[in-house]
Design a binder for this molecule. Sequence first.
Ligand code: E4P
Length: 220
Amino acid sequence: MKFFVDTADIAAIQDLASTGLLDGVTTNPSLIAQTGRDFIEVVKEIAELVDGPVSAEVTALTADKMIEEGRYLASLASNIAVKVPLTMDGLKACRALRDGGAMVNVTLCFSSNQALLAAKAGASFISPFLGRLDDVGEDGIALIEDIRQIYDNFGFETEILAASIRSPLHVRDAALAGADVATVPPKVLNQLIHHPLTDKGLDAFLKDWEATGQSILKGK
Ligand code: E4P
């Protein structure tokens, strides 16, 4: 499974990119607003930091305007994935942008029928929002399972991008459900590495090693 980070925070992206574990970045208008910076500048900077897809979202509501905004965003760097909302205008824009060669991430997906339509519109990525479904008492992971089954039934190549992830458990369950990508907030990405038994085991190994008085590099 690929890992994208869900943030527009340049320092956090730099930090994660240096681990070699980062396959891409997703942003949205709320995440851009949190930076207090110019949208276009931030997107260009992010696109230089990572090789993989960087999602940048249109804010127009009509297909024509979305296409115009999307073409401009796609022209900023070759790894931009234009993000469009799951509306009829968004799907029209998705088809036109895909026909023009741009990557498109269809966002705000909350049902398997919406995901089916996005795949028919040629989406590169579909973003089902797990956390927001769980928030209203629905099952976000069940949605991923349904989309996986539908896409496999018909051979759709649209990648399932599990979004609105709130915990390490969401990441594990999205992987088990067959999501191609998880877009994860920096805090959750960092939580994935930790296990108390790893820390405890490492402490014990180092204590025993210290007692030997040896150094691996001493004879180098
Ligand atoms: C994905 O592309 C979205 O930016 C994001 O995952 C939304 O997450 P939230 O529901 O935590 O805002």
